[in-house]
Design a protein around this ligand. Structure first.
Ligand code: ADP
Length: 480
């Protein structure tokens, strides 16, 4: 089976969030199931800088009537097709934002160009290789199946994965002529969305199957609370909607070998975590005592419930806990968390910024990770927490609900509990969860059981890759 995957970010080349982790890891996990994937991504400067000896595979005219090139290159186990179109991608800043943090005004054209190139490859324009199926990710690649529908070519099945429905790629109708779609594509069963253009909406109408990154999130996006206006469109596609939970790279995230973890450990050597715990206390200037260390590793945003953390910080200390936070995001939240640290020296530590090695060490040394997201399509930090014996305390939503087993009486008795879930996602709900954690923590045997059970959870890609492979096969064999 040959699959063309289309994504605006791919780890390890370019990453702003979980999307990159998935589009970078899934093709590798799929190899074991006989799926050969080529991944199309934009040739941002960060990508062009690291690829070595690319081969020109295709030249075509882009949306501006200029020549664009598709380069093929192997990189760390991935077979990449890089869309080299400097007019769109050769600029300073991130994949979507300029150096001042503003959306590039032509983002619609930059990602329509990516989708158009994907549809050309789907139509068989790449010499010697034609995919059996196309897998697109998020709004940036969602127009691919729209172009595939409206440009006459042999029909290929397509899958669209929603990583976060909050990002929809919505633009004014004045861009429509620039998309080079036929006039009748501006319609309710095409890209039209309440008089505007919706990239994700168009993809939801035209992809043969829709997946999202956990079964609970698949249910949630059918409701007005979580569907963010697209719940009606998704309801019409419910028979083709699937929730497949993300995995993690268990080689990179392995407490027995992780190079940034000072003292390695496994389920039977949990005592070794103490050394990592001391390093955390040192880094965050905490008192080195036996009180549990709760941690947060997150974008500091409303979605992630970071206002709740800031508001209960004093009470965590009041209960006898300690708190360390690593993250960056909204200025008001950064300020509130820094203020809580200055109120409680030795008990709360806050580090503003992105620090990949420290995120590993925190999972290896802290006692519990707090994830109070208001919505969470899948979430990765709870999976790292499970793998590292850092007990996850999570909001009962999306992928958090699907991957953490709450330590209720029945689950504790059956020895299957892996963490703590709470709802509603309020300050009271979060405080109750932390109170439960403090109580469990006083019983060392019980806490160790939670850690060990979490470390036994299967958080690898294997099962999920198998589900994607099965979905691909069912679509290809139906010949849709
Ligand atoms: P989202 O993609 O919505 O931000 P996820 O939980 O799916 O949330 O993925 C977040 C990823 O970013 C995880 O790999 C997490 O460890 C990492 N991360 C978030 N904030 C930081 C930070 N400040 N420093 C290092 N890693 C971070």
């Amino acid at each position: 089976m040959k699959v063309l995957s289309v994504s605006s970010e791919v780890f390890p080349l370019i990453k702003t969030g979980g999307l990159a982790d998935v589009s970078g890891a899934l093709p590798i996990a799929l190899k074991a199931f006989g799926v050969e994937t080529k991944t199309l991504l934009p040739g941002y400067p960060a990508v062009m800088k690291v690829i070595r000896d690319p081969v020109v595979r295709l030249e075509f005219e882009d949306l501006l009537g200029e020549k664009a090139t598709v380069l093929e290159v192997q990189h760390e186990g991935l077979d990449l097709l890089v869309l080299h179109a400097p007019a769109y991608y050769d600029r300073p800043g991130g994949p979507y934002l300029d150096p001042l943090g503003k959306d590039y005004p032509d983002n619609w054209r930059r990602f329509a160009a990516l989708s158009l190139a994907a549809s050309e490859i789907a139509a068989g324009l790449l010499p010697g290789w034609r995919p059996d199926l196309v897998h697109t990710h998020d709004w940036q690649a969602a127009l691919t199946s729209v172009y595939m529908r409206y440009y006459p070519s042999p029909e290929l099945p397509s899958v669209l994965t929603i990583h976060n429905i909050a990002f929809q790629g919505q633009f004014g109708s004045e861009i429509f002529p620039g998309l080079r779609l036929p006039g009748h594509a501006f319609a309710i069963d095409g890209v039209e969305y309440y008089g505007t253009i919706g990239f994700l909406k168009g993809g939801l109408q035209t992809a043969h199957a829709i997946t999202t990154v956990s079964p609970t999130y698949a249910d949630e996006i059918l409701t007005p609370e979580f569907g963010m206006g697209l719940e009606g469109v998704i309801a019409t596609r419910i028979d083709n909607l699937h929730g497949i939970v993300n995995g993690i790279d268990t080689d990179i995230w392995n407490p027995a070998t992780d190079p940034v973890v000072h003292t390695h450990y496994g389920p039977t050597t949990l005592k070794n975590r103490d050394e990592n715990r001391r390093s955390i206390a040192e880094f965050f200037h905490l008192d080195n005592d036996d009180a549990p260390i709760f941690c947060v590793i997150s974008r500091l945003t409303w979605q992630k419930g970071m206002d709740l953390v800031a508001n209960v910080a004093d009470e965590i200390v009041g209960m006898g806990g300690k708190l360390v936070v690593l993250g960056s995001g909204e200025a008001a939240l950064e300020g509130a968390l820094l203020a809580s640290a200055s109120r409680h020296p030795g008990r709360i530590g806050v580090s503003i910024g992105y620090n990949e090695p420290m995120s590993h060490l925190m999972q290896a040394g802290c006692d519990a990770i707090i994830i109070p997201s208001r919505f969470e399509p899948c979430g990765l930090t709870q999976l790292y927490g499970l793998r590292y014996g850092c007990v996850p305390i999570v909001a009962r939503t999306g992928g958090l609900n699907d991957t953490v087993i709450d330590a209720n009486h029945a689950a504790l008795a059956a020895k299957v509990a892996t963490g703590i879930q709470f709802s509603p996602v309020t300050e009271t709900g979060l405080l109750q969860a932390i109170r439960r954690a403090m109580h469990f923590y006083t019983d060392r045997k019980l806490w160790t059981q939670l850690q060990k059970q979490g470390m036994k959870s299967d958080v690898s890609w294997e099962k999920s890759a198998e589900r994607y492979a099965a979905l691909y096969s069912s679509l290809v064999s139906k010949g849709m």
